[in-house]
Unconditional design. Structure first.
Length: 149
């Protein structure tokens, strides 16, 4: 299942980039990328994943909230209502005209927030499973009268 992580990353990138015109966007891409992390936990185990994990969930969540908020405030600075999207076309040398929208920044914030929240949840669940040692079957304690005899 470890080879699925790049595949889920590509799926997340696809969903993220197509989300402006079609279903998808930051939330769907964040969930798709989170599935990649879930598969890593399932295949490698908690310790293996956390030795290699480079995502700090609270930082990702904070950055996501700040980017989404900055996108909304940015529209105010240009005299538009909160979270109004603006789009332009950029001309790239090889590709040609490419649509650019301010909504992609909002989607980036949502992606970061969803990914951070999901990884934080996975870490919390994984630590609970590591902390809880398997309980051995214990024999019932003998009553005090039998122990004294």
């Amino acid at each position: 299942m470890r080879w699925m992580f790049p595949v889920t990353g590509m799926l997340a990138a696809y969903l993220f980039l197509r989300g402006h015109d079609l279903p998808g966007g930051g939330f769907a891409a964040g969930i798709a990328m989170s599935i990649g992390f879930i598969l890593q936990y399932m295949s490698g185990g908690t310790r293996w994943v956390e030795e290699r994990l480079r995502i700090h969930p609270l930082r990702w969540m904070s950055i996501g909230l700040l980017v989404a908020l900055a996108t909304g405030v940015g529209s105010w600075l240009f005299g538009y209502p909160f979270l109004t999207s603006r789009s332009e076309y950029a001309s790239l040398p090889v590709i040609g005209k490419v649509p650019l929208a301010s909504a992609i920044l909002f989607d980036l914030g949502v992606f970061s927030l969803v990914l951070g929240a999901t990884v934080l949840l996975l870490i919390a669940l994984a630590h609970q499973s590591v902390r809880r040692a398997p309980r051995a079957h214990m024999r019932p304690a003998r009553p005090e009268r039998e122990a004294a005899q």
